[in-house]
Design a protein around this ligand. Sequence first.
Ligand SMILES: *Cc1c(COP(=O)(O)O)cnc(C)c1O
Length: 426
Amino acid sequence: MSDRLPGFSTLAVHAGAQPDPTTGARATPIYQTTSFVFNDADHAASLFGLQAFGNIYTRIGNPTNAVLEERVAALEGGTAALAVASGHAAQVVVLQQLLQPGDEFIAARKLYGGSINQFTHAFKSFGWNVVWADPDDIASFERAVTPRTKAIFIESIANPAGSITDIEAISTVARKAGVPLIVDNTLASPYLIRPIDHGADIVVHSLTKFLGGHGNSLGGIIVDAGTFDWSTGGKYPMLSEPRPEYHGIRLQETFGNFAFAIACRVLGLRDLGPALSPFNAFMILTGIETLPLRMQRHCDNAKAVAEFLAGHPAVASVSYAGLPSDKYNQLARKYAPRGAGAVFTFSLKGGYDAGVSLVSKLQLFSHLANVGDTRSLVIHPASTTHSQLDDAAKIKSGAGPDVVRLSVGIEDKEDLIADLEQALGA
Ligand SMILES: *Cc1c(COP(=O)(O)O)cnc(C)c1O
């Protein structure tokens, strides 16, 4: 064996996986079972008391899911990870470990439309209060900090316009406030940005998007950076205080730099229940093997499409951080030197009606509410994903009435450009 540390593409194929010890199967098997036989009564008791690691029941853990967890933890540079049923489930499970009713968290205003809804409505009913800040104005995060602030939540590459967030600057605010920084890295994937390298304490993903990559399986994941000290000032009792259901152990004390991932599993997943199906874990693992190849092609195609649109007479403006003229280009060069992702927006001179018409004329681009598929996708956020927001909030979150969002796939870029040309011109 050489002492070289494996590179990103090698990890994408191999991390967490071994040939199956019983059958020799080289691909990770789908362990389609709800439960696992104990060796004996002592073994069962030690598993339930968290004194030993092992499989009990698929709601809490599964060997196929474990390979996925180890792989994404390796790609993100974290200490451990927990796979769950969807990106939204990951967000609930993370915040459940951090917030008590009446607590607050600060979130960047530019977010996936579903996250804006989840934070505004569902989380409010749990007594978790979101305070919005502007990712382009770092001081707005500082101003939002109160004694009840328990976390800061941002997207690395933000929906819908593909803007780049200054993770290091916001991490400095989080450090000063003594709260963890949570980064939703869905649109970048660890191939483009590794938020932990820039100060993130927790990374979440919708695996449904670029990591799975083929538009066929929902999933989510939480990565623990192992960087945050949960013991300070009793601010995070789920982690620092004795757990009555586990013989009074304190998770931070017992599990150290992967205590957060353990809390998400044994308190979040166990009690809330959003387990990932092992079949979906298998599909997503297969997708991750080609992540570096796909992601580079997504970015190269997106840049070519953005350049074409920027030169088209029907287009008023293009927001793609990979264009040298874009206001996020400096940040893109710093955080995402391999490419600025494949999700971005542009606006049409013809406004709302032109947006609706374009979407109906495109043939190769599918009109649907998803991103990060091999196929190219298009949506008009103002009439769909962001339709619940009022006009001012739409504009603030980058989803004004004239805006169209693309998720550029891995087809031939010439075909994508030809499709846009016919739809814009006709
Ligand atoms: C899709 C998405 C989510 C939600 O993920 P689901 O898997 O659909 O629950 C969260 N954040 C971002 C950036 C997304 O694109």
